[in-house]
Write a protein that binds this ligand. Structure first.
Ligand code: GCU
Length: 440
């Protein structure tokens, strides 16, 4: 187990893929991809064909959603909206070279339970008083890591990171502060603001620390029924919890819109794009699939359990991911370790659940662990649902494009040169894409 934890940390630190140990080597040979049959998204499990958008919305979509809930991400507990506490802890104008209003907000998703605040960092363009669309993104290493802005409050939930084990809080804070901006290359915040979008982020550790502790910390225990000590086999793992956190952040801005909040109401909650990289790309896809209030979804290098087809078993597989990260998905998902052919769905249907809302899937050439071709094919096979719902879907794209040549329509795709990462090139494509759908 220790080995896997170290592995997980290494991945976060260096943003590279490193293989966990596993019985056999991962397959990177296209000729060794097993034969597989993908479920047809437009055929019900009882064999009935889906012939209308109503039938998709009323019957087939709920059927697929149910399968993903029970067999993969796990069900989230019932949550009564508008029951959170929150406080604006800081609000300042003229930050980021005069481009942004900065807001820092503490959100307590459960009223009167202040044990796990989600600390939101929001930058809102200063050059307009209009409502603006926004990108919501969870971050890996704390709000203080996304920017060198030295007034950003360090995300102390990072103290749960096993690398800080046993260290006093002051030391953790000092280390976090010393490494301010360490992931800033992934977050071109000023470019996002210049293009007229707000940027809203929070650390995923605030919602559920990313290591396997049998779901004792983070949000899960707050929802255990008396006597319960861990989620049931069909209940939420960590990825579903991170997606849940994104919904709570959206709740906050919806609520803020209705009431007071001087600046909070400047974010248009009906124009929120959800973005995520890698494991957080998996969370972004699940957030978009399970939460229709997110109107645009971006999955950057999400790979296995995200946009990549599981049945190809290329690079990272279901068995590998469930072994290295046993807390990400629900217990039921482990039934499919080395047994992908038994899966009653595949990841093209995760994308289809987002239809007809725009979705961008991005791969990187050197990120074979995430199976770029599997990500491309999932985008392609999601298209019939998008088309049934009256959009152009993947716009007839049938061939994987050359690197750095985005393709598609409402479903968009690119494969970038380079490694597993988020780059300004990626963001420029996302902003162009968002402009099409979120700008008047
Ligand atoms: C590992 C893991 C991937 C994940 C990535 C990340 O490489 O195997 O599934 O996407 O970490 O989140 O960085």
């Amino acid at each position: 187990m220790l080995k896997f934890r170290i592995y997980a940390i290494t991945v976060v630190l260096f943003g590279e893929f490193i293989m966990p140990s596993y019985a056999s080597d991962p397959n990177y040979d296209e000729s060794k991809v097993p034969e597989y049959t993908l479920p047809d998204s437009l055929v019900m499990r009882n064999g009935e064909r889906v012939h209308s958008s109503e039938m998709w919305t009323q019957k087939r979509r709920p059927e697929i959603l149910h399968l993903f809930r029970e067999e993969m991400f796990g069900k989230t507990p019932k949550y009564q909206q508008n029951t959170m506490d929150s406080e604006i802890v800081e609000m300042k104008e003229n930050t980021l070279n005069g481009k942004a209003h900065r807001l820092q907000i503490r959100l307590y998703p459960i009223k009167n339970n202040h044990s796990f605040p989600i600390t939101i960092l929001a930058y809102i363009p200063q050059n307009t008083s209009e409502k603006v669309p926004a990108f919501f993104a969870l971050n890996f290493k704390g709000n203080q890591a996304v920017t060198t802005d030295n007034e950003v409050i360090p995300s102390i939930s990072m103290g749960y990171d096993p690398k800080f084990k046993g260290k006093p809080q002051e030391e953790i804070l000092r280390e976090l502060t010393e490494h301010r901006g360490e992931t800033a290359s992934r977050w071109p915040i000023e470019m996002i603001l210049d293009r007229g979008y707000a940027f809203v982020t929070a650390c995923y550790y605030d919602i559920d620390p990313d290591f396997n502790d049998g779901f004792q910390n983070g949000v899960h225990p707050d929802f255990y029924v008396p006597g319960q000590t861990q989620p049931a086999p069909d209940e939420w793992g960590s990825i579903a919890a991170w997606a849940w956190g994104l919904s709570r952040i959206l709740d906050y801005f919806e609520g803020a819109e209705k009431g007071e909040g001087e600046l909070t109401h400047r974010i248009d909650p009906q124009k929120v794009a959800v973005f995520g990289h890698s494991r957080l790309g998996k969370a972004a896809l699940w957030a978009g699939a399970s939460e229709e209030r997110f109107v645009l979804v971006i999955s950057n290098n999400s790979g296995c359990g995200g946009a990549a087809l599981s049945k190809r078993a290329f690079g990272e597989t279901v068995g590998r991911i469930n072994t290295a990260f046993p807390h990400w998905f629900c217990e039921n998902f482990k039934k499919y370790n080395e047994n992908e052919s038994a899966l009653p769905f595949d990841q093209h249907e995760l994308i289809a659940l987002i239809a007809p809302r725009p979705v961008y899937i991005a791969s990187a050439l050197e990120d074979q662990w995430a199976d770029p071709k599997g990500e491309f094919l999932a985008a392609q096979y999601a298209s019939p649902v998008y088309e049934l719902l009256g959009t152009d879907g993947f716009a007839g794209t049938a061939e994987m494009p050359e690197p750095n040549h985005p393709v598609g329509g409402t479903i968009h795709y690119h494969i970038r040169t380079g490694k597993h990462d988020v780059t300004p090139y990626d963001w420029r494509q996302y902003l162009d894409f968002a402009d099409k759908y979120l700008k008047p």
